[in-house]
Design a protein around this ligand. Sequence first.
Ligand SMILES: [Zn+2]
Length: 506
Amino acid sequence: MKKTSILRQLPRLTLLALLWVSAGVDTHSLQAQNLPALGDTGREDLSPVAERKLGEEIMLGIRSDKDYIDDDVISEYLNNFGSQLLEVHQEARGDANFDFFFFVARDPAINAFALPGGFICVYSALILIADNESQLASVMAHEIGHIAQRHIARMIGNQKQDMLIPIASLILAALTMRSNPDAAMALAIGGEGIAMQRQLDFSQNAEREADRVGLQILRDGGFDPSGMVAFFERMQNSSRGYSDNYPAFLRTHPMTTERIADIQSRIQSETFKKHVDSPDFQLFRSRIRVLQDESTQGLTDAREYFENQVSQSTAHKLSNPAAEYGLALVALKQNNFTGAQSYLDKARNDATQNSVFFANLACDILSANKQYGAALNQAESALQEFPVSRSISRQYANALIANHEAEKAITYLRDQTLLYRKDFGLQEQLAKAYAADGKEALQHLALAQAYALSGAISPAMDQLGIARRSSDASYYDDAMIDALERDLRERYKDELEALKKKTEKN
Ligand SMILES: [Zn+2]
């Protein structure tokens, strides 16, 4: 049976999440300046901790989806960009101080959506039609607005901790079923028949709130707020004549004339500095264009596109370095290492400054060509130039492991885990380094950490068991295993109880 992509179905979910409100939502008109809440529903919201837990649980399913773009450089650019937006609106993190996570999904729909707990997805097609950073920022800031205003948490309402996993798995299960996911979703969140008008009111008020927060973020972040209007209009235009293909972002985000007018009137009387895009923005888009479709045909299409861009001189054209970078990446994906290197050299030559995107690709070309020593040298010098780049740091550790310098990799990665305590990817890499060094107990302890950090508690407990039974587990390792187990038992008491009951039943 063909697996239905969860990500393709998700916007419907979030649409429903926003529509399925509990009874009693107050739909009084909103005051412009102070962003009032949508009204007291007379019941408790989902707590921030539970909201995060629910988001993590859904993310576990999404991360294994084939349309999830798991790419360090993309993730680094998008999350740095998102942090810039959050910087000016710290309140968005809420009481629980959410670590926001932005990610890209392969999808031809023009859409973006927010999940509970600070997870925001932007679709590849949306990034590709954004002309500049202000336009991309306008969509991301709007989604931040939904989370800041706790729209989904308010819609779901308070739930007991041990209800969250069933809710998340019901949502994910519903999304993978072609048959009526809407009905399953309604079941999942306990929605009963609610007057249509009320749902629409909630949804439109939520959209207006998110617009206002989004606009504030753009303004305070030094972006051009007219990018919001320009982008929404651009999306509307791109839908003309394609009624079946009406951009999903507009479907889930009803863009009434009133809403555009609302934004326009807010920005009319103000003057803004022109935002200057980072040169990385276009490199980011070129990379997305290649990664969105890595099939033979997809790569051929991408190459044609980039070749046209180099020879063209139209208004919305890519910069030459970005087009050449795209050609280099396509060549690498086609295992043409010489071609990749030569296009990369051209791109670097034409660019005004070096970039993480270039440095990362240089290292990837060498590794793919099995020149591990040279790849390590390249990663080392890139790390000097970009000391806080997470993607370069990851390449450096991988290059050490490939060069049989596992011990050095372990020391380096352990230092990194002290800096980035919540990064489960680092723990996965550390497990790889321990495995290369023949340290079995520590390998499984690191894997347990990785699972625990991503919210997968049951596999984390399994890994702790394997670590404990490893023949090389020292007294010191045992103490660390016990400490992590105590910590997990304390933090996930209810969840582990529920798992235990389920196991006993089976
Ligand atoms: Zn929205």
